[in-house]
Design a protein around this ligand. Structure first.
Ligand code: GAL
Length: 673
């Protein structure tokens, strides 16, 4: 993280994206009155306002923004000021058509929607620097501005650019990385399929190719693209740092983004912020929400973060845009709070009448203020005032789940042994098991210091460097418990199979390697005998070469019939488990129960659907309890529910769908091992 500090606000930040340029001036007055009524103290403005702020190249019009910031300030509403680099105006693309993004197949993206220009375009880079400078000079001392919001969701709607300038930047990037063509040829394994390069200018980008492109090239291309986006971010961030005193953020998309390695991005911002939208095909989308919130907090090193966008009800960009039912938005928002957010915001304040997002919900819906949504928005505003003392409180976890974007990129390349083994599906299945078991987790990079955790869960670590392997081995030797999911430890940072075979970097820890993958046909199932249980499994089996591991589960049926499926190995003071198949959330339960026992983790007696999140303040703990079931749930706890003001003397009874935030005495716990 860089130096400028958040928080700048007393209490929890509450509000949303505010795009008043869609409305006549008199609506702005109604807006701020409604914002005050709803308890809004924080809005993001200007994110898509380039065309209004610089109507002609080099000609700025700040009158409306001056008026807006003054109005917000006069009403006690702090501003997160956007830089509009995500959406250059029509004149820009007209003047610089070569700044448009070229897709893999050569299609050049046109104007008329939104999305950044080619990250490699010098004209684009110059234009965003000019805009950031103008905004910084104009508003760097404006009392309303408490935060800068650079760009919007780097990486979407389009991140890769296959145009000539981007390819030239790629060649320079590769030259810096590898220095010699021999090194590049070695890393990419270009001896295969006759791909050897003898001139830097001949190195292509992985655009349209007759069959699959070199996977190591594609992995580097993903790194390059991410680096280029970050370079563009830094141009603006550095200008803002130099000329203003406010902190700088850009809104991430945690588990929903593909192109950005957030472990790296989080180092570049002053405060982490994230956008999260429920994925409507998922009936338990609140589990995905929890995953996203934990991942966001973790990339930021555990510091409080800002939920920059979520929705009051339906979105408009999914196949079936499911409206949130009464109480759901409140559960969503307070879950983010429970998982470390000190700011809760929405897209957007007032629903658009025109344009692409008119069917997206908002804080002020088309139905107006006399609506369920606005009443719930106002109630949430009050709640966030009532829980203000939670600000700054942190979370603690005994369990780390390994998450690595490089492994995601490599895993999702073509020609893998089975299409059924998906990074995100595996991550979610293990996370959901932990969630259902009520285990609070952090996410961690495989090369991070893991010594504070009792248990490390690696659901899917296809790409695992030798040094990450040593890190995990050391963790086990020092007394930690490790559980590793199938298809892990397969390749190094160049997507090359590890010397020593599949699983080699974890051989010492797991007491095994993988001799052969035995994927199942689509829809085929088998079972794993585990103790007295037969656990349903599918997609994946393996022929393991045991080197000290004890067999705890055996395949029954399928290509691995009779072979070991689940193993446990003791090393030093710890133990390492391996699950060499695809188990669903339910089938994982008995295995993880044994893993918890090894790790000394005890579970709270509670229904699975009662989500409990603890934030530790200086004087008190704050326990956010969220009942996802329809029936009452009970929890042993003593304290004050800050939402209802009720004193709880030993037992909390929470109605179906309800949430409580209980201020309670600080938990006596050492944490860690
Ligand atoms: C986000 C985006 C917002 C809005 C929102 C709708 O990804 O940042 O500008 O489009 O989606 O859900």
């Amino acid at each position: 993280m860089t130096s400028k500090n958040w928080p700048a606000l007393e209490g929890i930040a509450y509000g949303g994206d505010y795009n008043p340029e869609q409305w006549p001036r008199e609506v702005w007055d109604q807006d701020v009155a409604l914002m005050r009524a709803a308890g809004v103290n924080f809005v993001s403005v200007g994110i898509f306002s380039w065309a209004m702020l610089e109507p002609k190249e080099g000609l700025f019009d700040f009158t409306w923004m001056d008026d807006l910031l003054d109005l917000l300030h006069a009403n006690g509403i702090a501003v997160d000021l956007g830089t509009p680099s995500v959406s250059p105006p029509a004149w820009f693309f007209h003047a610089y058509p070569e700044a448009r993004v070229t897709l893999k197949d050569g299609t050049v993206m046109g104007f008329g929607s939104r999305g950044m220009a080619s990250h490699a375009s010098p004209e684009y880079r110059e234009a965003i620097a000019r805009m950031a400078t103008a905004l910084a000079d104009r508003y760097g001392n404006h009392p309303a501005v408490v935060l800068w919001h650079v760009h919007n969701e780097y990486g979407v709607p389009v991140a890769e650019d296959f145009g000539p300038r981007s390819v030239a930047a790629w060649q320079r990037w590769l030259q810096r990385k590898y220095e010699t063509l021999d090194a590049l040829n070695g890393a990419w394994g270009t001896a295969f399929w006759g791909q050897r390069y003898l001139d830097w200018d001949h190195v292509v980008a992985p655009a349209a190719t007759p069959t699959i492109a070199n996977p190591a090239m594609k992995l580097d291309w993903a790194r390059f693209t991410d680096d280029q986006l970050r370079e563009c971010f830094r141009i603006e961030r550095d200008i803002l740092h130099e000329r203003t005193s406010q902190p700088v953020t850009t809104n991430f998309m945690a588990h929903q983004s593909w192109n950005t390695d957030l472990w790296k991005w989080a180092q570049e911002v002053d405060v982490v912020s994230d956008d999260h939208y429920l994925w409507s095909p998922d009936p338990d989308a609140h589990v995905g929400l929890a995953l996203s919130a934990d991942l966001t907090r973790s990339v930021g090193g555990g510091k409080p973060w800002i939920l920059m966008e979520h929705s009051t009800s339906a979105v408009n960009w999914q196949g079936h845009n499911i409206a949130k039912r009464p109480g759901e938005m409140r559960r969503n928002a307070l879950t983010h709070l429970g998982r470390g957010a000190d700011g809760i915001a929405f897209f957007q304040w007032r629903a658009s009448r025109s344009g692409a997002e008119k069917f997206h919900s908002a804080m002020v819906p088309h139905a107006g203020q006399n609506s369920r949504i606005f009443r719930e928005v106002t109630q949430l505003g009050q709640h966030l005032k009532d829980v203000a003392e939670i600000q700054g409180a942190t979370t603690k976890a005994d369990v780390a789940v390994l998450y690595d974007w490089e492994s995601l990129w490599a895993h999702d390349l073509e020609w893998r042994p089975s299409d059924d083994m998906q990074f995100r599906e595996r991550m979610r299945a293990y996370y959901e098991r932990l969630w259902r078991d009520g285990v609070q987790v952090d996410f961690a990079h495989p090369e991070a210091d893991l010594s504070q955790y009792r248990l490390v869960v690696a659901p899917t670590s296809y790409l695992l460097t030798a040094s990450a392997g040593r890190n995990l081995t050391q963790f086990v030797q020092n007394g930690g418990t490790l559980v590793v999911g199938a298809f892990s430890g397969i390749v190094n940072e160049f997507d090359a199979v590890h010397e020593g075979g599949f699983g080699a970097p974890l051989k010492e820890a797991l007491g095994l390697t993988i001799e052969e993958f035995l994927p199942l046909r689509s829809g085929e199932t088998c079972a794993v005998h585990y103790g007295a249980e037969a656990l349903p499994s599918d997609a994946w089996a393996e022929d393991l070469a045991l080197a000290g591991a004890e067999v705890r589960g055996t395949f029954d049926g399928g290509p691995g019939d009779g072979l070991p499926a689940i193993t446990r190995h003791s090393l030093g003071d710890g133990q390492a488990w391996y699950v060499g198949t695809r188990l669903g959330v339910t089938a994982l339960a008995p295995v993880l129960a044994d893993v918890y026992a090894d790790a000394g983790i005890t579970l709270l007696d509670r229904p699975e659907t009662l989500e409990i999140m603890t934030r530790h303040g200086e004087t008190y703990d704050f326990v956010v309890v969220c009942n996802h079931a329809n029936d009452d749930a009970h929890l042993s706890i003593t304290g004050t529910d800050l939402l209802s003001g009720t004193e709880i003397d030993g037992q909390l009874t929470l109605a179906g769908g309800d949430v409580a935030v209980v201020r309670t005495a600080k938990e006596e716990r050492g944490g860690g091992r």
